[in-house]
Design a protein around this ligand. Structure first.
Ligand SMILES: [Zn+2]
Length: 325
């Protein structure tokens, strides 16, 4: 169209086009705030998993089975689909000392991707804890009722805002017994391992008085950091990186690379993003109770995890490529 000439129709078209351009999101548009989550529901889930009846959720114990049932019930309420006939995936194992566990089970729910359903992001948080030891109950509010509640918040978010790629929500059993639930998963995966692009694992995400949470995984795969940075920049808590290098390289004594359920995935070559707080006075103590649960920090941290999950899903094709998946 020549300059200075515009028919009424064309003027209207141009106006419509400029309006469209003004409101259409561009590829580089990024949210400025973390997602809004149902904080009351997340706190209620921590409370439900730490009642006296749960009795510390030891693998195979009545309390452990109650916790499993609670997670499966919440998966159903949220609208996740089982892989197979049930959310519960039973397994058994024997320890080196001969002790046999016949009644362990991971809880697994799925949401199919709107764009590409054959590529999976696994999001995990173990529900088991230490149970009762020498007459004392270890409720495990931080370890890991907090992670399970955050996992459920992510599932609810993705149900309302369908993910591009398929997401598998996994609440592992027997993490406290040498990661047996995660090891069972990678040996008998409910979806092909090669279709899993990455795992986001949450274990101990509430007990911190400095408003800090650690992300581990970027030592092994530095290219993951920009994805976490994006969510960290708009988060209400401070994200620190570390605890993923051999202790000989740092002044820290701990390397969390295989310290939680992401470990068996890492050993199978699956990129991991782990979030957790530093060890604290209530860590693996009977005092890790709902009364001592830091709900203020927790409700600021959960939107970060939802945000990270959203970024990982958005970028999952790129992540799979970079991770050689
Ligand atoms: Zn744990």
């Amino acid at each position: 169209m020549a300059m200075g000439y515009a028919s009424p129709m064309n003027t209207l078209s141009a106006l419509c086009l400029s309006l469209l351009l003004a409101i259409a999101p561009t590829a580089s548009a990024r949210p400025t705030n973390p997602p809004v989550v149902d904080a009351a529901q997340a706190i209620a889930d921590v409370r439900s998993l730490t009642t006296p009846e749960m009795a510390g959720r030891a693998t195979g114990s009545p309390g452990g089975k109650l916790a499993r049932a609670h997670v499966a019930k919440r998966f159903g309420e949220i609208g996740l689909s089982p892989i197979g006939k049930d959310f519960s995936h039973p397994f058994g194992f024997t320890l080196k000392n001969g002790k046999r566990y016949d009644d362990a089970a991971n809880v697994i729910g799925a949401l199919k991707g709107a764009l590409e359903s054959d590529r999976w992001l696994v999001i995990s948080a173990h529900y088991d804890h230490l149970g009762e030891v020498e007459g004392k109950v270890y409720p495990g509010a931080d370890d890991n009722a907090s992670g399970v509640a955050a996992l459920l918040a992510i599932a609810a978010h993705f149900k309302a805002n369908p993910p591009k790629h398929s997401v598998l929500f996994v609440s592992f059993d027997a993490e406290e017994i040498a990661l047996r639930g995660a090891r069972e998963f990678v040996e008998k995966p409910p979806v092909p391992l090669e279709k899993i692009a990455a795992i986001l694992n949450l274990d101990m995400v509430s007990a911190n008085i400095r408003n800090e949470v650690y992300m581990a995984g970027t030592y092994h795969r530095p290219w993951l950091k920009p994805y976490i940075d994006e969510a960290a920049e708009r988060a209400q808590v401070k994200v620190l990186y570390g605890f993923d290098q051999p202790p000989s390289l740092t002044n820290r004594k701990q390397d969390w690379t295989v310290a939680s359920d992401h470990g068996p995935f890492h050993l199978k070559g699956i990129p991991f993003v782990y979030f957790g707080v530093e060890d604290h006075p209530n860590y693996h103590q009977p005092t890790d109770t709902f009364a001592n649960f830091n709900r203020e920090f927790f409700v600021r941290a959960v939107p970060l995890f939802v945000d990270v999950a959203t970024v990982l899903d958005r970028e999952l094709a790129e992540i799979a490529k970079k991770g050689g998946r």
